[in-house]
Write a protein that binds this ligand. Structure first.
Ligand code: SAM
Ligand code: SF4
Length: 330
């Protein structure tokens, strides 16, 4: 276990169609949300067990009040990487404070460069704020930005080239992500997925020979180079799952720990922490769950083939918000 995705809130200021298609949600109760001190204590246990990279996520991590305070606490820990995935809406406001607090890397989700489309996809008219956020991130010194784009057939798959151009002119690398059948993706269907394979065929037809880059390791993205030298990533979690090399743990804002994005059950670390478990007890709990894990969630979904549809219904998500993507952090 080397990577920890740390969801700091289940709340979000957008309503992306593939993640939060409803307007109202069952939220985690606020007294259940971990304090920064509790998060810090749990992160220490994960570090002791091998975690070297922490990524802040949500919901939208920047709607969590005083996030730079948490960043500062985490930045003091022996981590190889401290990063954040954000929708970018509030990034212009917080970029400087985050950088000063010690955040190292930022990934911004960006599915379209067209304002009318952004409104349709996220139900909020905030593309200008996102673009300002990207500019601010660069201004304060975040380098090698990543832009994550979920492709949906008929919605934004005609923007491959504009997104590559935009990334190229912003010192960023775009990563095209397959639409996944998980959490709030209650309207998912396979025919909406642009597979990594189809994407590469399209880009080859447009640009010519595409070269795979070595060194993927356990990273979800496979990277490629266009003949003109620009690079991009492909995250093909839906059609080419990478369960066997997955080293990710996911901790929700209320301390539920999941060893797989598709898992239905998790381990309640907050309960253990608030019951007074000491460091050794928490580490023993985490170690035993991790060593016993047999998750192959995405591979099992692939085996369904024609029978594949949304993982959970909207009614189930209302009953159990921990199943939501915006609770697990993606
Ligand atoms: N709010 C932040 C953001 O959007 O970047 C962080 C949390 S969001 C859940 C993390 C990532 O999950 C985003 O890049 C988003 O596009 C992705 N995501 C959400 N639902 C998805 C789905 N059904 N398929 C693929 N990616 C999804
Ligand atoms: Fe969109 Fe991220 Fe919010 Fe989900 S959590 S609705 S992906 S911005």
């Amino acid at each position: 276990m080397a990577n920890l995705r740390l969801s700091v809130t289940d709340r979000c200021n957008l309503r992306c169609a593939y993640c939060m298609p409803e307007e109202e949600y069952s939220w985690l109760p606020s007294d259940e949300i971990l304090s920064f001190e509790e998060i810090s204590a749990l992160v220490d246990r994960f570090i002791a067990l091998g975690v070297t990279k922490v990524r802040l996520t949500g919901g939208e991590p920047l709607v969590r009040r005083d996030l730079p305070v948490l960043v500062k606490l985490l930045a003091a820990k022996p981590l190889a990487e401290l990063a954040m995935t954000t929708n970018g809406v509030l990034l212009a406001t917080h970029a400087r404070a985050l950088k000063d607090a010690g955040l190292q890397r930022v990934t911004i989700s960006l599915d379209t460069l067209r304002r009318d489309r952004f409104l349709r996809l996220t139900r909020r008219d905030q593309l200008p704020q996102v673009l300002e956020g990207i500019a601010a991130a660069r201004q304060v010194g975040f380098e090698a930005l990543k832009l994550d784009t979920v492709l949906t057939r008929g919605l934004n798959d005609d923007e491959l080239e504009p997104l590559l151009d935009f990334a190229g002119s912003h010192d960023a690398e775009v990563r095209f992500i397959e639409y996944m059948d998980v959490g709030g993706a209650t309207r998912w269907s396979m025919d909406q997925v642009i597979s990594g394979k189809e994407l590469l065929q399209r880009l080859t037809a447009r640009f010519g020979v595409i070269t795979p880059l070595p060194g993927r390791g356990s990273a979800p993205a496979e990277r490629f180079r266009l003949p003109d030298g620009r690079t991009f990533g492909v995250i093909a979690s839906t059609t080419q799952p990478f369960c066997s090399t997955c080293d990710r743990a996911r901790l929700t804002a209320d301390g539920r720990w999941f060893t797989c994005l598709y898992a239905t059950g998790g381990t309640d670390l907050k309960a253990a922490l608030r019951a007074g478990a000491d460091a050794a007890g928490l580490e023993q709990l985490i170690r035993s769950v991790w060593e016993g894990r047999v998750d192959r969630g995405a591979e099992r979904r692939l085996e369904l083939r024609e029978g594949r549809g949304p993982l959970v219904s909207a009614a189930e998500l209302r009953r159990e918000p921990h199943l939501e993507m915006h609770t697990r952090g993606g």
